[in-house]
Design a protein around this ligand. Structure first.
Ligand code: FAD
Length: 355
């Protein structure tokens, strides 16, 4: 494999987290490249279902340095608008994004980390992993999953309600994806919505702004040694974005408790009764995409990797960015990733003696 060169930092992943890292690495005066497996800019936002809208207004969905412009006629921008914003962001800051380049493995190599990709090998003095979760959809182990003869798909494969017009569809999941996809299907399909517990909606006048504020308040409380405020989870699971609110208020979003198993033709409930289905859509979340870090031998519980802030325990040259609250409060959101990105760049600059 040919050598591509040596840099201070390789950023793995060119979604919003990778771009935020690039912004702060540039400000810290470090040399870096961003390696992204996608052909085009936008990270996971290129692959969402058609009707997905942000749960915050544009001004609350911005990366460091550049406010997201509002989308004409929309209070909450759609995914295409985010892709446009991220495309413009990396051009504006001339971020050195190489694509499509997939990082396959990161190895220790004396004073360097060796970053092996599908095209060449880089040497870096530090690595920021920002690969997101979208490429690792999670489906729970439910009895009978292989027996069901209908269609099964995950959130990542769902596109639009017309694909399911007139079909009996079971949507599994009580988070934002589950609620939004259930609402999307409510008029076109014969919908059954299944959640592990009673859906917990945030108050109607609360959107992603409040989630960010709650995450920030939690971070402050923990930083100052005060009692844990509970952060985002204390507010509820589902942002009542307009389509979800409309479907809920029309009585179309009645959630059932989880079924006990899948059958050949549908699902079986706790009382033994059955419901037929043409399709089951699993809106059951994601896991962090970390397989490229396996050679470092750092894996912790639940597929996470032990960190303090963004820095990996056991490998101070490695930072993890954007995966969820475990790598910084609200770090898996557009507005929330800026702060941990700044902190990661600052720590790397300190480690490399660049400050
Ligand atoms: P990604 O966008 O997934 O980017 C990671 C990039 O890394 C991708 O381009 C991927 O191809 C690449 N990659 C992966 N593995 C490799 C590898 N080995 N080598 C090279 N490249 C690799 N956030 C908000 O702020 N507001 C919202 O309203 C909002 N709504 C959401 C709704 C849904 C349904 C979901 C799922 C998320 C939502 N989020 C929202 C959360 C969040 O903004 C996204 O999950 C975001 O895409 C995460 O950004 P990221 O950069 O960490 O990961």
């Amino acid at each position: 494999m040919s050598s591509a060169g040596t840099v201070d930092v390789v950023v793995v992943g060119g979604g919003q987290a990778g771009l935020a890292a690039g912004y702060h690495l540039r400000r810290a005066g470090l040399s870096f490249v961003i390696l992204d497996a996608q052909k085009t800019p936008g990270g996971a936002w290129q692959h969402t279902w058609d009707s997905l809208c942000l749960f915050s207004p544009a001004a609350y969905s911005s990366l460091p340095g550049r406010l997201m412009p509002p989308q004409q006629g929309e209070a909450y921008p759609d995914a295409a608008h985010v892709v446009d914003y991220l495309t413009e962001y990396e051009q504006r800051y001339e971020l050195p994004v190489h694509r499509p380049v997939r990082v396959e493995a990161v190895h220790r190599d004396g004073p360097f980390l060796r970053v092996e990709t599908d095209t060449a090998t880089w040497r870096a003095r530090a690595v920021i992993s920002a690969t997101g979760t979208w490429s690792r959809p999670f489906i729970p182990a439910v009895a009978g999953r292989t027996e069901f003869t209908g269609t099964q798909l995950h959130t990542v494969e769902y596109q639009c309600p017309t694909d399911f017009a007139g079909q009996k569809v079971i949507v599994v999941g009580g988070g934002n994806s589950g609620a939004q996809i259930a609402a999307d299907l409510a008029h076109d399909a014969d919908l059954t919505w299944v959640t592990l517990r009673e859906p917990r909606y945030l108050a109607d006048d609360i959107d992603g702004r409040a989630l960010f504020d709650a995450a920030t308040a939690r971070r402050r409380a923990l930083d100052e040694g005060r009692t844990d405020t509970g952060g985002v989870a204390s507010l509820g699971d589902i942002v009542a974005v307009p389509p979800v609110r409309a479907a809920r208020d029309a009585g179309l979003l009645k959630a059932q408790p989880m079924f006990t198993r899948l059958t050949q033709t549908g699902v079986q409930w706790a009382d033994g009764t059955r419901t037929d289905a043409d399709a089951v859509i699993w809106c059951t979340g994601f896991r962090p995409a970390l397989s490229h870090l396996a050679p470092l031998g750092l894996r912790g519980p639940r597929g996470h990797l032990p960190t303090t802030g963004t820095q990996a325990l056991g490998e101070p040259r490695l930072h993890l960015l954007g995966y969820g609250d475990w790598t910084g409060p609200a770090s898996a959101t557009l507005i929330g990733v800026g702060r941990p990105a700044r902190e990661a760049a600052r720590q790397i600059a300190g480690l490399l003696g660049a400050v």
